[in-house]
Design a protein around this ligand. Structure first.
Ligand code: SAH
Length: 498
């Protein structure tokens, strides 16, 4: 038994090994093999020869820590950010952008082939090149910085270290907007000068929890929302939430583009960042932004794509796959504030949006009005409940046309867990001509594509889109088309022989 145990775990903790990196894991980590034993090494790049220290060894594989790059890969580059390795935000800063795009396209392909059971050559034949970014830095229009103290008790703003809640101070994050730094400097300085404490998760004491910053890239408008643990009874727009509030507001309002300053009250012991109560303390309640030629109003609580430049390219691809000519009936499931729905409403007959968050549905309705679009209806609820009920009842709230029950196109853009089976089942019953699937997780996408393919739909096109450069995440858009009616096939093929 003793000898078996030795065989089971080939390497022990802290052992130092030299290995060639020959593959990339799902999160972008380097993978190397020694005599069939696999090592997963974060921050190692395909093509590197590295020295790595075993951290956790299992029977057939181990996680190891990158100690030293012995021979750098042709795809290795210096990380732009000095804290890229500690911070939980980026995983691929050591890989050239071109190689990163190739990795993401392969990741989507491999998931569809392995988890969806599709033929590799077939997927290659219908895959269009990944949509990359022209400028892969400073692309995020939104940042949420936790505020805390470091070991010496100094106030800091930053990001959480990977998988932890300790804050790494970040002066200037290169994927965020340049204005973030000036805003954070003002907030921290004001807190220091006025003895305002950062929120402490353990005790539940202290005032300032997070700073949310958002910018409309086309409008240039900036929003700052300070998330505070404010327990005083008085709350409205004339209340001072901070000592010397006028001073911090004066400083922040001088930043070019500043449009809205608000507080969000969150007194809960929770990981959820925003509190639901929002009070504007200066300027407007919302900022605006233009996407696909439409004007959207965004409040602090609304979901809005964080990379608007790529979101527009993704939506344009989805619209093109939808094949709209002006007459079509379209369902947009998981529609958020209606960005895809309304972009399609411009060139469709009628669109229906379904979304679980009531505030988002209210935003969607307002945004439809704001853009003069009257051919859109929105339903609030779970897609897997709203759609089956609509189908079963032959309509809802006066909307009962055959077109709505059997639309031309169904678009889905679910969260990472993908579509619920009930939702997919109803989609198949509704028999749309085309299904456009937008996905932020290619593993659940692959699972759902298999269900749709088995239900009579042919996968026609796959295209990845890079929305989150330097992270391992990738967005995908797919087109599926209804196969000709199976019964007709039988009649055409069988009857001549009879
Ligand atoms: N298409 C939108 C939003 C995509 S994000 C856009 O591009 O902006 C996914 C959305 O699905 C979120 O708004 C989330 O609130 C919503 N959602 C999550 N689970 C849902 C469910 N079961 N039914 C309907 N919507 C859901």
């Amino acid at each position: 038994m003793g000898s078996k145990k030795k065989e089971d775990v080939r390497y022990s903790k802290d052992e130092l090994l030299t290995v060639n990196i020959t593959d990339i894991g799902n999160d972008g980590e380097g993978i190397g093999k020694i005599d069939g034993y696999t090592l997963f090494i974060k921050d190692a790049v395909i093509g590197d020869t590295v020295s790595a220290k075993i951290m956790k060894a299992k029977k057939n594989y181990a996680y190891a820590h990158l100690e030293k790059v012995i021979e750098p890969s042709e795809f290795r580059q210096e990380a732009k950010c000095p804290i890229a390795r500690q911070c939980g935000g980026c995983q691929l800063q050591n890989m050239t952008y071109e190689r990163q795009l190739q990795f993401k396209q392969n990741k989507v392909r491999n998931n569809i082939v392995r988890l969806g059971g599709f033929d590799g050559d077939f997927i290659d034949s219908i895959t269009e090149p990944i949509i990359g970014m022209d400028e892969p830095w400073r692309y995020r229009n939104k940042a949420q910085y936790p505020i805390g103290i470091d070991k010496s008790g100094k106030l800091v703003a930053g990001y959480y270290a990977g998988r932890t809640h300790s804050i790494i101070p970040v002066d200037d994050c290169y994927i965020g907007i340049k204005e973030n730094k000036a805003i954070l400097d003002i907030v921290l300085k004001h807190m220091e000068e006025n003895g305002i404490k950062a929120y402490d998760e353990a005790s539940g004491k202290g005032l300032v929890r997070h700073v949310l910053i958002r910018k409309g890239f086309t409008s240039g408008q900036i929003m700052v929302c300070l998330v505070i643990n404010y327990r005083d009874g008085k709350k409205d727009k004339n209340v001072d939430y901070f000592p010397n509030q006028k001073k911090i507001v004066d400083s922040l309002s001088k930043i070019p583009g500043m449009t809205s300053i608000s507080v969000s009250i969150n007194t809960e012991k929770t990981n959820v960042i925003m509190g639901y109560e929002i009070h504007t303390i200066w300027g407007r309640d919302t900022i605006s932004d233009t996407l696909c030629g439409l004007d959207f109003e965004i409040s602090p609580l609304s979901f809005y794509q964080v990379n608007p430049v790529q979101a527009q390219k993704l939506y344009e691809q989805a619209i093109s796959y939808a094949g709209l000519s002006g007459k079509e009936t379209v369902w947009d499931l998981y529609c958020g504030i209606g960005t895809i729905t309304l972009s399609m409403a411009k060139t469709a007959g009628h669109v229906f949006g379904v979304e679980i968050i009531p505030d988002a549905i209210e935003d969607a309705k307002r945004n439809a009005k704001r853009n003069g679009l009257s051919n859109a209806d929105f339903f609030c609820g779970k897609a897997e409940e709203v759609l089956p009920e609509f189908y079963k009842n032959g309509g809802y709230d006066g909307v009962s046309s055959n077109e709505a029950l059997h639309p031309d196109v169904i678009v889905v853009d679910p969260p990472r867990k993908g579509c619920d089976e009930k939702c997919l089942e109803t989609m198949l019953k509704m028999q749309p001509d085309r299904i456009v699937y937008v996905s932020c997780d290619s593993a659940t996408l692959a699972r759902d594509l298999r269900i749709l393919a088995d239900g009579g739909y042919e996968l026609k096109a796959v295209r990845a889109c890079d929305m989150f450069s330097w992270s391992g995440h990738v967005e995908t858009v797919c087109l599926l088309s209804k196969l000709k009616d199976a019964k007709q096939h039988v009649e055409i093929e069988v009857s001549p022989e009879k």
